[in-house]
Design a protein around this ligand. Structure first.
Ligand code: NAD
Length: 419
């Protein structure tokens, strides 16, 4: 038991245990790798539009500081808690290490339903959260980014709040900012593009022609909509999508640009079509070539894993697959190719890293340069993963996480135990 214990952190711990066994890490060295270095909880009081005061709980967890500053997104969602944020920070660490970025993982969030607060309240809350965390973050300490429920505008408010306190503009304090405020070209699209890039690479390896192939996408926010759009542009039919309001199914393929235009205007897929409405739960088990879970964690449990009928599982969300489901997918590895989350959705943190580098240097790159370098890093991490998986006859997630854990462990061992 730790203060992080709960369904999501327990899942991250269980996954780590599998890797620690595989790498034969001595038991007394495991907690040093798994337990977060720092966790901060903050109370964020704001004045509501009706004049009353409301207090929202916020968190920031910094997993390890061994390789450089920590880096990670900020989630605004009603069920955010310390354990979930800690698990996401741990996953970020393996993700940064497997892609060779000089960061430890972090994550933060506020327990708030953003649909129940006004835009003014959202701005005040975002600014108050950053203000409370100023003693614990910094461009060389901990760099925030967007996640579920936060976007470029929230990052701009974070950056502005931090900068006001410093008395100068500090763009490198957050990534995922608008380009007009020191952001990089290609950041907003980076995660979804990376997901589609790797899915297409696996399709080629499996001799699945993009034209005529099918995909199902769960979650139609930043990551899901861009992944769907990139696959659609490559000729893949997106036969089903869903979000927190509804699911849509059209065997002949959905009009992805139309769906994106609808969500941009209405905020969700709700109201797009009654005719195409489908059961949100069943879309995960529809027959398709590529399944992209791009919403929340733990949607693929043992039952879903047994019933999956995709050829490729491209994990765009963080932690979409439970450890019990992994046992099943490991058995089904010749039928279903899993692109594990820490590589599949790493495009976001890779381009965030580029944004940080550009802000520190005050030297900005073109979008082609950003994309070329993003795909290069993802391709290298992916190639290393499949080589290790084939060599040791292990599951892709084990291969990817083992490389991440090994790199963090090597850095800790080289630096030694202080004092
Ligand atoms: P977002 O807030 O833009 O979109 C989330 C989407 O998921 C929305 O369409 C929402 O309606 C939908 N959703 C929420 N709960 C759902 C449910 N129970 N069933 C179906 N749909 C549901 O968030 P995002 O930035 O697109 O992030 C999506 C996932 O990708 C998260 O797991 C996040 O941690 C992960 N991720 C995001 C980035 C990034 O750069 N944004 C990077 C790496 C990983």
């Amino acid at each position: 038991m730790t203060i992080y214990s709960g369904p999501v952190f327990d899942m991250a711990a269980k996954q780590f245990g599998v890797i620690a066994d595989y790498l034969e890490i001595p038991v007394d060295q495991r907690d040093r790798l798994l337990l977060p270095k720092r966790a901060v909880t903050v109370a964020c009081p704001i004045r509501r539009d009706d004049g009353t005061i409301a207090v929202f709980e916020g968190y920031r967890v910094q997993h390890h500081l061994t390789l450089g500053p920590t880096k990670g997104g900020t989630r605004f969602a009603s069920n955010v808690d310390l354990g979930e944020v800690a698990a996401l920070a741990v996953w970020m660490s393996w993700k940064c290490a497997v892609t060779g970025l000089p960061y430890g993982g972090a994550k933060g969030g506020i327990a708030v339903d953003t649909k129940k607060i006004s835009r003014r309240e959202l701005e005040v809350l975002a600014r108050r959260y950053m203000q409370e965390l100023i003693p614990f973050v910094g461009p060389h300490i901990d760099v925030m980014a967007p996640d579920m429920g936060t976007d470029e505008q929230v990052m701009a408010w974070f950056m502005d709040t931090y900068s006001m306190h410093q008395g100068r503009t500090v763009t490198e304090i957050v990534t995922g900012k608008p380009v007009s405020a020191g952001g990089t070209l290609g950041r907003r699209e980076a995660t979804g593009r990376g997901v589609a890039h790797l899915a297409r690479r696996v399709m080629q390896d499996l001799s699945i022609e993009a034209n005529g192939a099918t995909a199902v996408v769960q979650g139609f926010g930043n990551v899901g909509s861009i992944a769907a759009s990139e696959l659609h542009k490559a000729g893949v039919k997106i036969i089903a999508v869903s979000d927190h309001t509804t699911a849509l199914h059209r065997p002949a393929g959905l009009d992805v640009p139309g769906l994106i235009a609808h969500t941009a205007q209405r905020g969700s897929l709700a109201g797009y079509s009654n005719e195409l409405a489908s059961d949100p739960k069943s879309i995960l088990t529809m027959p398709c070539d590529v399944l992209v879970p791009a919403a929340v964690e733990r949607v693929i449990d043992a039952n879903v894993a047994n019933n999956l009928r995709c050829r490729i599982l491209a994990e765009a969300a963080n932690g979409p697959t439970t450890p019990d489901a992994d046992l099943i997918l490991e058995r089904r590895k010749d039928e279903i190719f899993v692109i594990p989350d820490i590589i599949c959705n790493a495009g976001g943190v890779v381009v965030s890293y580029f944004e940080w580098v550009q802000d520190l240097a005050q030297f900005f790159w073109g979008e082609d340069e950003v994309m070329r370098r993003e795909y290069q890093i993802l391709d290298t991490a992916f190639s290393n993963m499949i080589e290790r998986a084939r060599r040791d006859d292990i599951y892709n997630r084990t291969a990817a996480m083992a490389t991440g854990v090994e790199r963090v462990r090597a850095a800790k061992n080289t630096r030694g135990l202080f004092p």
